[in-house]
Design a protein around this ligand. Structure first.
Ligand code: PGA
Length: 258
């Protein structure tokens, strides 16, 4: 019972990760369909859209509680980094969140634990809320080293981040084998990993801070499985890919967090 009271300390955050999908016109259409479904939500609702749709999304959510985020952020403030976008640029356009270290960035774009840490710090320093992702590969789970991998990712992601800043971070646990595969972690697997992350954060910052940090589950979360996952003590929300691309599905997941 004590543990469930701790869950009440944290507001659920349901975040959509649109990945490389949707033009500006498509973004405006899905947001207008989402608005009535998200109104009255008892959780924070965030949509993380492609850079090119940020301005459209920020405009479209005006007057609603829906927040807008990016899917990556560079760690330097400015300079000769062709193709990159800084945290200050995201703030300037009205983004409030940034996904950091998503497994697709780790897999295809050379993201490392060190750059995840640099990006998380850059986001915090600019006043963006980082959604910092961790999670093991299938081979790592099969080798029985999930705890070791996730513990290392958490420790390195939070290096040199003080308690006050750490309290602002959202951590997303995304087992790589469950992303876009239709294969969801069981609610127990999600709970175990989110609890492990909270224990590691407790070791770094103490219980008061670790109890206040939002930890999401991500990986094939959908309208059917969301309620069971979100009911778990240490699962404080979801990072949703595929099912965030349809307003109706995303709306059901938002409802499941209430
Ligand atoms: P998925 O993606 O919901 O399509 O599995 C989740 C994510 O990658 O954040």
């Amino acid at each position: 019972m004590g543990e469930n009271m701790n869950k009440n300390l944290r507001k659920a955050v349901i975040a959509g990760n649109w990945k490389m999908n949707k033009t500006r016109g498509e973004a405006a259409a899905i947001i207008s369909a989402l608005k009535p479904l998200a109104s009255g939500a008892n959780c924070d609702v965030v949509i993380c859209v492609p850079f090119t749709a940020l301005e459209t999304a920020v405009e479209a959510v005006k007057g609603t509680a829906i927040k807008v985020g990016a899917q990556n952020v560079h760690f330097e403030a400015n300079g000769a980094y062709t193709g990159e976008i800084s945290a200050a640029m995201l703030k300037d356009i009205g983004a409030e969140y940034a996904i950091i270290g998503h497994s697709e960035r780790r897999q295809y774009f050379g993201e490392t634990d060190e750059t995840v840490n640099l990006r998380t710090k850059a986001a915090l320093n600019a006043g963006l809320i980082p959604i910092t992702c961790v999670g093991e590969l299938l081979s790592e789970r099969q080798a029985g080293i999930t705890e070791e991998v996730v513990s290392r990712q958490v420790k390195l992601a939070f290096a040199e981040i003080d308690a006050a800043q750490a309290a602002k971070v959202i951590v997303a646990y995304e087992p790589v084998w469950a992303i876009g595969t239709g294969e969801t972690a069981t609610a127990e697997q999600a709970q175990d990993a989110c609890k492990l992350i909270r224990d590691r954060l407790c070791g770094l910052y103490g219980k008061e801070i670790s109890d206040s940090i939002t930890i999401q589950y991500g990986g094939s979360m959908n309208p059917k499985n969301a309620a069971e996952l979100l009911a778990k003590t240490d699962v404080d929300g979801g990072l949703i890919g595929g099912a965030s691309l349809k307003a109706e599905d995303f709306g059901v997941i938002i409802g499941a967090a209430n």
